[in-house]
Design a protein around this ligand. Sequence first.
Ligand code: SF4
Length: 76
Amino acid sequence: MKILIDEGKCVAAGQCVAAAAEVFDQRDEDGIAVLLDENPPAELADDVRQAAAVCPAMAITIVERTGSIPTATVAE
Ligand code: SF4
């Protein structure tokens, strides 16, 4: 899984840190969330999903990976 944080949405609530402290932290100056690990190991996946679920600003996006590389079609 890959994690994205939308800093513009983050309201510095800190719920993500409470749910997954190995993956999320907050900036000292304004409390905005920062990622400690944007590709966390599988054993942290449930904690990360919990963090995304409890984020009041819905600022956390999780990109699940299936193991295959997505392909893009380019229109000519
Ligand atoms: S829970 Fe959401 S709003 Fe709160 S610090 Fe984390 S990303 Fe920001």
